[in-house]
Design a protein around this ligand. Structure first.
Ligand code: C2E
Ligand code: CA
Ligand code: CA
Length: 519
């Protein structure tokens, strides 16, 4: 049965896996979205802060330009050239200042070189901004140049590229800030590129300055997201995994307990895998087979025959016991009807009935259908109720018993001696037979002390003035002892084991039973 359960536990495993993955998938998706939002927030902050710093530099350059342009046209040597140098010393971001008339630089804070961008407005974005390595003073390091013009005069103010690099680099080293001016762009390492710029894919952000026309970009390379998730939300991810694992294991355990066996039993029922086995009941006086007990067997396709002790409790838990018993009654009738003439009337056929079954009037219909299969009076249907699980004396139960008795159905109290049935209970349920449990029968021949227990059980059963059957009779000694005590019927391996209906008809009915009471 355990392997049979494992067979259906594949389904349970699948369900548990799906449930176990839910916290990880949902949580993982949330962490993914949150990380994406975090990185987008970081790159947006980075471009804003870089724009603020670059604007400060450009405003400084603009202020310097305004002052320069008021000096345009005045002779360079002497006062103006000194003022140009003073401006560079006063404004901390400036590297050099230049004044031009009619596009000719005629005065500079540092000696100018011929190199680009010169004064040509075409070299400047919107005629105002230029980013490059070739500086006005010829030094081969990067600079951002602001060009301003007034009438025929123009000023050129250079911001040192190192300050731009600092703004890009120091704000957030990981966000890959880039400053783009026209076709030129500066990366965080301060290098100026002239190829077209392509941003990284993660959390890419761009901010264009309305005032100056430059664009700032920030983004993260592929793979950053995973690293960020692991660095920032590792504990949460581990917790989610643990939660998923717990949910999966718990589901598997729960399904293993409840769903898997009932699913498997349901499947077995649909596949008609339950079969009746019959065990003869022998009359102590005649030695003849006067009846049988029907015992369920489950033929599992992989496991073979499974004992009822393994699946009946599960069938009871899952309420499938009612359908299983119903099917057993139908099959027993179908298989036994062809041999009905060989059964000595009235032939007792006992079915084990669970307490659950006593809660529904379906039982009455099942008994009617069973009895209808045989000629009237040919069969006595016996319902065996176990003493281990006493039926609650509800209105339904008592009315059910009345209806059953009206049909001629008899009631046997199974496993007598193992439970706590009272005299009141026996009368209420109109018990007709008592079946002494095999655990007491096995005491015969064991030791003298335990036989006393059997004696008192037998004494009690016989005093109740009900017909008594002893089950689990395995030896001659047990049979003789019980026969001598006045037990009416015997059942046990000494006579025959439970067997399929066809074997029962060919073996148990035709062959004389071992009974010393007979000559
Ligand atoms: P039970 O009603 O007490 O049935 C007697 C059990 O004792 C049967 O076990 C039978 O094979 C076994 N038995 C008979 N003679 C001997 C013997 O001489 N020695 C020994 N050691 N055992 C003997 P089985 O068939 O394994 O059934 C076990 C229990 O499962 C039954 O005990 C009964 O409580 C339950 N059961 C079987 N079929 C059904 C069913 O269709 N419905 C319900 N509700 N319970 C069933
Ligand atoms: Ca029984
Ligand atoms: Ca029993």
């Amino acid at each position: 049965m355990n392997r049979a359960i494992r067979y259906s536990s594949k389904k349970a495993l699948l369900i548990a896996l799906v449930i176990g993955m839910i916290p990880s998938i949902l949580g993982g998706a949330l962490v993914y979205l949150k990380s994406n939002a975090d990185l987008s927030g970081l790159s947006a902050t980075a471009v804003k802060e870089a724009a603020r710093q670059i604007d400060v530099m450009l405003e400084e350059a603009e202020n310097a330009s305004d002052i320069l342009l008021t000096r345009a046209g005045l002779p360079c040597p002497g006062n103006i050239s000194r003022q140009l140098q003073e401006l560079v010393a006063t404004y901390r971001f400036l590297r050099s200042t230049h004044l031009a008339i009619d596009d000719k630089i005629y005065c500079s804070s540092l000696p100018p070189s011929e190199a680009s961008p010169g004064t040509d407005p075409n070299n400047y974005l919107h005629g105002r901004l230029h980013l490059g390595n070739q500086t006005l003073t010829g030094s081969n390091s990067s600079a951002l140049t602001l060009r301003s013009a007034l009438n025929n005069a123009s000023s050129l103010v250079e911001i040192d590229g190192r300050h731009i690099q600092d703004a890009l680099h120091l704000i957030d080293r990981h966000s890959n800030l880039v400053l783009e001016i026209g076709r030129h762009w500066m990366s965080q390492d301060g290098i100026i590129h002239h190829a077209s710029f392509e941003n990284y894919p993660i959390a890419s952000t761009a901010l264009s300055s309305e005032k100056y026309g430059y664009t700032l970009y920030a983004a993260y390379p592929a793979g950053t997201l995973l690293t960020y998730m692991l660095n920032t939300y590792l504990l949460l991810l581990v917790l989610l995994l643990a939660l998923g694992l717990f949910a999966g294991v718990f589901t598997y355990w729960m399904l293993g307990r409840v769903l898997a066996p009932s699913l498997e039993l349901q499947r077995a029922l649909s596949a008609d895998e339950f079969t009746p086995y019959l065990q003869p009941v022998i009359s102590s006086t005649s030695g003849k087979c006067v009846g049988c007990e029907v015992l369920a067997r489950w033929y599992h396709p992989q496991e073979g025959s499974i004992s009822p002790n393994s699946f009946i409790p599960l069938a009871e838990q899952s309420n499938l016991i009612i359908s299983i018993t119903k099917r057993l009654m139908e099959k027993t009738a179908q298989e036994l009807v062809p041999y009905a003439s060989k059964l000595e009337a009235p032939f007792h056929i006992g079915f084990n009935i669970s307490a659950k079954h006593f809660e529904s009037f379906e039982l009455v219909d099942d008994c009617i259908s069973f009895l209808k299969s045989f000629k009237p009076g040919q069969i006595i249907l016996v319902l065996e109720l176990t003493e281990r699980e006493l039926i609650q004396p509800t209105r339904t139960a008592t009315r059910l018993i009345e209806k059953l008795h009206a049909l001629g159905v008899k009631i046997a109290l199974d496993d007598f001696g193992t439970g706590h049935s009272s005299l009141n209970y026996l009368q209420l349920f109109k018990v007709d037979y008592i079946k002494i449990d095999k655990s007491f029968v096995s005491m015969i021949g064991a030791n003298a002390l335990s036989v006393h227990i059997l004696d008192s059980i037998l004494d009690l059963a016989l005093k109740l003035d009900l017909q008594v059957l002893a089950e689990g009779v395995e030896t001659e000694e047990q049979r003789d002892y019980l026969g001598a005590c006045g037990v009416d019927f015997m059942q046990g391996y000494f006579y025959a084991k439970p067997m399929p209906v066809t074997d029962f008809v060919s073996k148990a009915l035709h062959h004389p039973q071992k009974n010393p009471a007979l000559p």
